[in-house]
Design a binder for this molecule. Structure first.
Ligand code: GDG
Length: 473
């Protein structure tokens, strides 16, 4: 590897997906995620390198350049995928960090594999980082990397960002490897969370379980280092989404969608990865009860639910899929009429343009997770409503509810409460929705994903006691 980088991003996935073309050849396509567009300018300004898994189990691949970005693929074997990714990451950590909405499983082989894969990521980062470079590690799959990397390369400035919630100690304590994970994270100079609550949970756990001294957001290690834990709520490329929403193609498509739905008075919309944390089941039940109770009719309104396929090899995700299939079938069977289903359900993923058109077509966006680090869908909806129209029904347990206070906030465990919020949003006057939407738009226009990345990197430049070089945020 000839390129040595002043900024290294380490994440479970690379920012590109490999797609196979009709003629059997493969090429790389930029993943649509907001993280990629946020980090793209920072990567370019610092000639950065991104380390991650390209998906699949095709064996070793050489580092390559894609559209000016240096990409370093990490290969995973079938066993790595099953034990590190599907197992420890998505079968153990994901549910524990999301309020134990599903039951976490603990397996020692999964943990051993998590350790060995984290070690390989750390070794790769140690190999490509220039002297005193900045390394930014992402998310729950790689929590041991900061410490492993510091051992290999004490000259580096290391940041870690957790995209999902950090749980309270009552739940975190269940983890048989709780101490190792805390120590893994403490290898960073700055540990970033979505919300101040997550940062506080982390600091308290470190004090109680590891025994380090702490003061506010600082942790003092016996070797003289300090680690800072703070909140950096993530956001989206607000201007980019608005521009897409304003494009002629998207406006045209939004009209077509409404027509295809039979031009009902109101369109409700849910867009989620098909995940048990997202509260899809309860939201559809609440909606169906509103129809049953006669508040409105299938001719007046329709609920469009897009569930993007996700983690399909993990058992709990298969069970969830069957449950939603059954529920939608029952609701439509009981309440739908010819040409007017109660719920229009799609288990598929769409291009960004189609997402924007759906946001434009929807009068009421329904986002009701039981627990969510942030929830970007809520912010994307607001970004697309340049007309200041549209209502957002949002769970109190999504990180986004800290900023989007003017949404109709709900407790997703309270079906009656959800019914009443859905109904209020349905009946809201234009004046009311405009007032709320305007305030929410202000928030996400000033706080976009570029501001998030800048904030974290500036925090990292000022954190810790190492003397590594600074990167341009
Ligand atoms: C994790 C945390 C945190 C979805 N379906 C399609 C599609 N999407 C895009 C959305 C949005 C993203 O995927 C989903 O982001 P969320 O934030 O809603 O949820 P998670 O996937 O669980 O993300 C979460 C996030 O990390 C960032 O830190 O907010 O709390 O759980 O951007 O638009 N995009 C396209 N087609 C789809 O079918 N193109």
């Amino acid at each position: 590897m000839s390129h040595s980088a002043n900024l290294v991003i380490v994440a479970n996935r690379l920012p590109v997906d490999r797609v196979t073309l009709d003629d059997g050849t493969t090429e790389w396509r930029r993943s649509p995620g907001g993280l990629v567009s946020a980090l793209d300018p920072v990567m370019r300004a610092n000639d950065g390198t991104w380390i991650g898994w390209p998906g699949g189990t095709d064996g070793d691949m050489e580092p390559f350049e894609d559209d000016g970005l240096h990409l370093v693929p990490m290969s995973l074997t079938q066993d790595d995928v099953e034990e590190f990714y599907e197992g420890m990451s998505n079968g153990t950590l994901w549910p524990i960090y999301h309020d134990v909405v599903a039951k976490p499983e603990f397996h020692r082989e999964w943990w051993d594999r998590y350790v060995s894969v984290n070690q390989r990521f750390a070794e790769k980062a140690a190999e490509v980082a220039a002297r005193e470079a900045t390394v930014w590690v992402h998310d729950y799959q790689l929590q041991l990397v900061p410490q492993m990397l510091r051992e290999l390369r004490p000259d580096l400035r290391i940041g870690f960002y957790l995209h999902i919630p950090f749980p309270p100690q009552e739940l975190f304590q269940q983890l048989p490897w709780r101490r190792q994970i805390l120590e893994g994270l403490l290898g960073a100079d700055l540990v970033g969370f979505q919300l101040a609550g997550g940062a506080a949970n982390f600091v308290r756990l470190v004090r109680q379980r590891v025994g380090h001294k702490t003061h506010r957001d600082l942790i003092y290690l016996p070797d003289g280092r300090t680690v800072r834990a703070a909140a950096f709520p993530i956001s989206i490329d607000t201007a980019g989404f608005e521009e897409l929403a304003r494009s002629e193609g998207v406006q045209e498509r939004a009209k077509e969608i409404r027509e295809a739905l039979g031009n009902p008075r109101k369109v409700f919309l849910g867009i989620d990865r098909l995940d048990y944390t997202k509260g899809i089941y309860a939201r559809l039940r609440a909606y169906a009860e509103l129809l049953q109770d006669g508040h409105f009719d299938v001719e007046d309104a329709v609920f469009v639910q897009v569930a993007t396929p996700s983690r399909e090899r993990v058992e709990q995700y298969r069970i969830l899929r069957d449950e939603i299939d059954r529920l939608v079938g029952r609701i439509n069977g009981d309440l739908g009429r010819i040409g007017s289903p109660a719920i229009s359900y799609m288990h598929s993923s769409f291009p960004r343009e189609e997402m924007a058109a759906l946001y434009r077509a929807a009068d009421i966006m329904v986002v009701t997770p039981y627990r969510d680090g942030m929830n970007l869908v809520a912010k994307e909806y607001v970004a697309c409503r340049y007309d200041d129209q549209g209502a957002l029904v949002l769970s109190e347990f999504a990180g986004a509810s800290d900023e989007l206070r003017q949404a109709w906030l709900v407790n997703p465990y309270d079906i009656n409460g959800m019914k009443s919020a859905l109904l209020q949003a349905y009946r809201a006057t234009e004046r009311e929705t405009t007032r709320r939407m305007r305030a929410m738009r202000k928030t996400i226009i000033t706080h976009d994903v570029a501001a998030w990345a800048r904030g974290f990197l500036e925090g990292l430049a000022g954190a810790g006691s190492s003397h590594a070089k600074q990167v341009r945020p």
